[in-house]
Design a protein around this ligand. Structure first.
Ligand code: 1HN
Length: 338
């Protein structure tokens, strides 16, 4: 039997020779599947204003501009495992209540008077706040003040797609009923006072709102010790106070303070990440690409690509990645330049 007859024979029986593909299945190291890419804040805002003229939040369900990696065009992906987008709500608008398997995390960029309701509890969104929408809980958003409200969304959509485990449903009304008072989760889980008898029943954190006023103060106080990580400056992860783990199992979110004059050591990690400059500016080198990133610029650092942070002025970066998932599976690795 010739080679080609053999291959046809196997294909006809829905079989294939592993020895022709084994290296692709078990690469020596991760491949560069996505591009480093940066979206300027001004370009985001300009296109968002066009989106606001084009469609209402109601008609869109979610008025979002997807941040697409040019290496994965048409697939709604920032990296192979992360979805990222920018969402805007105009005063008086409601993004109607729905739920889905994919978990979402949000970094509020601009505007006051925004709210999001998550599983029966409403929180007010302020710039810099970090908010999660865990898997399968109803959530709706709105803007009740005079400002348009804009934020960065991160979702684990690609993970849900890979597992083909996704469900979704609409809430019967535009806004969900409130079952808990304002500030309830904050009081219960972020005061160092967990109610006795509390039994965790969900996979995600019961604390779902991390106000920037608190995280920024914490960074400021921690920074006074001047204990800088050689690669990251001062980097903290958002944590579920009831477990000490990431508030969402599939994604981690981080704040990072680069002190003035910081010259970070080049490093690489198996998790690719989406970053957003919250305050100040920094020189970011990803592989062969260097950007001078400023407030509200968003960029992708692909996994296992050399990454370096330098700052002439104090800079605060937000980022999210699939690191907790990789750590759970025992996949996560990092390396610093010699
Ligand atoms: C979604 O439900 C939201 O609820 C944002 O704000 C972005 C991207 C893909 C699928 C669902 C939201 C989304 C999304």
């Amino acid at each position: 039997m010739s080679q080609s007859e053999f291959r046809e024979r196997l294909a006809a029986d829905n079989m294939a020779p592993l020895w022709e593909v084994i290296r692709g299945l078990t690469p020596r190291e991760p491949k560069a599947l996505v591009d480093p890419v940066l979206w300027r804040a001004a370009v985001i805002r300009r296109n968002m204003d066009l989106a606001c003229a084009a469609i209402s939040a109601e008609d869109a369900e979610r008025r979002v501009l997807i941040l697409e990696n040019p290496a994965l065009r048409g697939r709604s992906l920032a990296t192979t495992s992360l979805y990222a987008g920018i969402q805007m709500i105009l005063p008086g608008e409601i993004a109607p209540s729905h739920r889905h398997t994919a978990s979402a995390l949000r970094l509020i960029l601009d505007g006051r008077g925004g709210f999001t309701s998550v599983d029966g509890e409403k929180v007010l969104m302020e710039p810099g706040d970090f908010i999660i929408t865990p898997t399968n809980v109803f959530h709706d958003h709105g803007a009740e003040g005079a400002d348009p409200v804009m934020w960065l969304d991160g979702l684990d959509v690609p993970v849900v797609q890979m597992l083909n485990a996704g469900f979704s449903a609409d809430y019967p009304e535009r806004r969900q009923n409130m079952t808990r008072p304002l500030g309830d989760a904050q009081a219960r889980y972020a005061s160092g006072l967990t109610p006795i008898g509390y039994l965790r029943t969900t996979s995600a954190s019961p604390l779902f709102h991390y106000p920037y006023s608190r995280s920024r103060d914490a960074l400021d106080v921690m920074a006074r010790a001047e204990e800088w990580h050689p690669e990251h400056g001062l980097k903290v992860s958002f944590t579920d106070p009831t477990t000490g783990q990431s508030p969402i199992r599939s994604m981690g979110a981080y704040l990072q303070l680069l002190p003035r004059g910081f010259r970070g050591v080049s490093h690489r990690e198996t998790d690719g990440a989406v970053y957003c400059v919250v305050e100040g500016s920094a020189r970011i080198t990803i592989g062969e690409t260097t950007w001078y990133a400023q407030r509200h610029d968003v960029f992708v650092a692909p996994g296992w690509t050399w990454r370096q942070f330098e700052a002439d002025e104090e800079c605060v970066l937000f980022s999210f990645s699939d690191r907790p998932l990789q750590e759970h599976l025992g996949f996560w690795r990092s390396e610093a330049a010699a």
